[in-house]
Design a binder for this molecule. Structure first.
Ligand SMILES: [Fe+2]
Ligand SMILES: [Fe+2]
Length: 148
């Protein structure tokens, strides 16, 4: 699968999981979904950081560099919020608040990737390279899921 298509598919999957969290008030279910979101986000951000972002950086323009730098920082903020969630009772209001903030962060970030970074990558990297990157990322993601 093309790299950008694979990443979009993962964005969509995480978005669906966030919706499910919002729809339930059951603490155990929330915790379970939260673990799933954390795991999917970990896989997703890791393949972006190790495979996709370096390829985008290679485009070499200042715009590309800026987008990549900003993306690493946004992943970092997501990590910070994720790290706090296990310490909050899923039935607590603060859990819902943190979950909402996390969902907004992730959605905003994914939107920027889809609207700015991915079109740039598609234009500059070409079909073959995107296909090759996508295959490498798919393999990495599969390996991480089996290890989890
Ligand atoms: Fe990202
Ligand atoms: Fe992403």
């Amino acid at each position: 699968m093309k790299a950008t298509d694979l990443l979009k598919k993962q964005h969509k999957n995480v978005k669906t999981l966030f919706k499910k969290v919002e729809e339930t008030e059951d603490g155990r279910r929330r915790r379970q979904l939260m673990d799933e979101i954390a795991n999917e986000l970990k896989i997703h951000t890791q393949i972006e950081e190790e495979v996709f972002y370096p390829a985008v950086r290679e485009i070499g323009s200042s715009k590309a560099e800026e987008m990549v730098d900003e993306s690493y920082e946004e992943h970092h903020v997501v990590d910070l919020v994720l790290a706090e969630l296990p310490n909050v009772d899923p039935e607590d209001e603060r859990f819902a608040a943190k979950m909402t903030v996390l969902a907004e962060l992730v959605e905003h970030h994914a939107e920027e990737e889809e609207e700015e970074m991915f079109p740039l990558a598609e234009k500059k990297l070409g079909k073959e390279r995107l296909q090759e990157l996508g295959e490498r990322m798919e393999q990495m993601a599969g390996g991480q899921r089996r290890a989890a």
